[in-house]
Structures are given as C-alpha cells and as structure tokens.
Design a binder for this molecule. Sequence first.
Ligand code: IMP
Ligand code: MG
Length: 205
Amino acid sequence: MSQNQYHDERVECVLHPASEIGARVQELAAEIAADYAGCPMLHVVGVLKGAFVFMSDLVRGIQTSDGPPVCIDFVRASTYGAGVKEAGEASRSVSLELLPDGLAGCDVILVEDILDQGFTLSHIVDVLENQVGVRSVSLCVLLVKHLAEPSAEVDDLRRRLLTTHKVYAGFEIPDRWVAGYGLDVGEQFREFPDVVIVNEELFQA
Ligand code: IMP
Ligand code: MG
C-alpha cells in the first residue's frame, strides 16, 4: 500500500522529490551554459508532451547561469500511445508532428523527459541530422532508464545514440514505469511535482 503524499495505490513511491530534481536541473543548465558560452543562439527543442515541465525549468536555469540566448521549439512524438512497453521489443514506430522549420545549420539541444529503449530520441536525432541538416545536436534527458533485459537491437540503438552525441543526463533510474514532472502514465500524473514509480499492473487492462 502506498505510503506517500499522493494517497493513491497506483503510486508506489516517490523516486526523485521535487527539491532534488530542481537542484539537478540547475546543474545540467549550468553545464549547458558553460559548454555553449559564445554560441549566438542555442535552439532548444523539447519533445512533447513529456518534456514540457523539464524544459521550462531548464531554459530558465540556462539564463540564470549566464548561458547563451535560447530559441524554443517543440516536436511532438508518439511512441507508446496510452500503453506501456512490453518485454524484449526490437523496434517501435515513432510518429512526429510539429517539426520546427528553420533549424538547418543550427546548434540544437534536444530535450526529452526519459530515455527508455531509445526509439524516440534515435528517430528524432536521425530526422534532425539527415533531413533537417542541423549543425550539431546534443541531448538533454532528465531520466535514463537502466534496462533490465534489453533486446540486442535496443542495446545497440542506445549505445549508438549515447556514444555519438553529447548527453546531459539527470538521473539514472531502475527499469520501472515512472510518472510526474511532465511524464505520464496513460496521460495521468504529469502534474505531480515529484517523479514517482507507478504500479504498472494497476494500469494494464
Ligand atoms: P523510448 O523510445 O523507449 O526511449 O521511450 C521514450 C518515450 O516513451 C519517452 O519520450 C516517454 O514519453 C515515454 N516513456 C518511456 N518510459 C516512460 C516511463 O517510465 N514513464 C513515462 N513515459 C515513458
Ligand atoms: Mg516522450
């Protein structure tokens, strides 16, 4: 039974409280501000919907860390729909909407709530690099899941993504479904200030 402020049996526990997230986001923002010092315009592209809370804290942190001016865009990705992932997946189709114009030749930071199997970020990075023609793309991801049993394809995809790009990562988390701070489970709990672990079985039909 859940013993936390959410008083909801679907919330197993708080994984990262808001205060801890706030401090870590400020550290990431300071690192980005230092790395991009002198950049005339940093294009920050958030992945909707999950990154909306993280991104709003991150860009203000970049400003208060004396970072470069930023230009904000969003792309909307749908990977899991209303569901959660299944074991041993080798691929997932990702559909993109709202892909911003005008990013050709730009330095881009792609801001995402979570790296799980890597399908979403790999697809967006591929589009930015090979269709849009950005100058550079780095990744800023609040949560990186440590996968218990990734398929060989997923292992390879994640390794390629993480080794060929600069990655600003907030926290490594266990292989559970999490929600809050913008992340959802079946479109719920995005408004929670903390990141919580949910009881997945209570969301499976
Ligand atoms: P990936 O493509 O497997 O890396 O999954 C990334 C996308 O799935 C993220 O953008 C999230 O929207 C969603 N996602 C993956 N794991 C979780 C989770 O534990 N909670 C909420 N959303 C998640
Ligand atoms: Mg997402």
